[in-house]
Design a protein around this ligand. Structure first.
Ligand code: ZN
Length: 293
């Protein structure tokens, strides 16, 4: 009997669970919209309940269904007809899809439906959701909230400890998590300080430093951290630089870096090991030599 048959969970139940992950992601995406709108202004994310920014009318629970409500209302407020940005359903859909993909990645088979894998999914998705929220906040306001970066480091270290204790096979040890936070924050901090000394400019915001500390704590120091750092620079060079240059005709424009760090980390969560094998097959030997793991 395969472990899947032994688990007694029929394949239909697995499909239902991955559907739950999608719906859960859509609902979290709806909450992220509130965070993105309110956190940069230091407003509470729970009170008051959502209302139309144009007319102030409260949004009815039936008009607050992720994606669907926006489509049914054709992107307009039911009370005053003001346009509702298509960014809202986009973020809901994006968060839902990321939740579904992470579920399929962390629990690829019905036999994985247990507490350890479930907890790993909830933790990884919570970090992915923070990455989505900070990306859109950084794009709009050029800040990364501490709640979604440095303040979440103890949560990541505790999760590494908890997931190891639960027996999740791909869990980081809490030591790796601490080391990741230290390297993530430390490496960027050194680069930023170097540029400040050499060229007397602030090349990077401290927000990026604090964000990379969290990414290191979640994904570990090796091989994830170098991948996320090079990957985000690569994405920025090939996506943002041409767009920014066409818009400003200059090469030294302000570039929010949070979205690229966020995107590279979510890519790592989904396909990390495969990407490392593809671009640097020698990474396992380096692990052996330097980390003994
Ligand atoms: Zn309105």
């Amino acid at each position: 009997m395969s472990p899947y048959e032994a688990s007694g969970i029929p394949a239909q139940m697995y499909a239902v669970y991955s559907g739950f992950a999608l719906v859960f992601g859509l609902l979290v995406g709806s909450f992220l919209n509130v965070c993105i709108a309110r956190m940069p202004e230091d407003r509470s994310v729970v009170h008051p309940p959502s209302h139309c920014p144009s007319c102030g009318h409260g949004i009815r629970p039936t008009d607050n269904i992720p994606v669907l409500s926006w489509l049914l209302l054709r992107g307009k407020c039911r009370d005053c007809g003001a346009t509702i940005s298509s960014l809202y359903p986009t973020i809901e859909l994006l968060t839902g899809v990321v939740a579904w993909l992470l579920f399929r990645r962390i629990l690829p088979e019905p036999s994985h439906l247990d507490l350890a894998h479930g907890a790993a999914f909830v933790f990884t998705f919570s970090i992915a959701a923070m990455m989505i929220a900070q990306s859109f906040i950084d794009l709009k306001h050029y800040i990364i909230p501490d709640e979604f970066s440095i303040y979440a480091v103890p949560y990541a270290v505790a999760a590494a400890f908890g997931l190891t204790w639960l027996g999740y096979p791909e869990a980081l040890s809490w030591r790796e998590s601490v080391l990741g936070a230290f390297f993530g924050g430390g490496v960027l901090l050194s680069i930023a300080m170097f540029w400040k000394l050499v060229r007397r400019i602030d090349s990077m915001g401290m927000g990026d430093v604090k964000l990379l500390a969290l990414i290191g704590a979640v994904l570990g120091p090796w091989p994830a951290l170098p991948f996320v750092m090079f990957g985000s620079v690569f994405l920025a060079l090939f996506i943002a630089l041409p767009i920014g240059f066409l818009k400003t005709r200059r090469l030294n424009f302000a570039l929010p870096f949070g979205p690229f760090l966020g995107l590279a980390s979510i890519l790592w969560m989904l396909h990390g090991t495969e990407l490392a094998d593809l671009y640097y097959p020698g990474w396992r030997e380096v692990s052996q030599v330097f980390f003994g793991m």
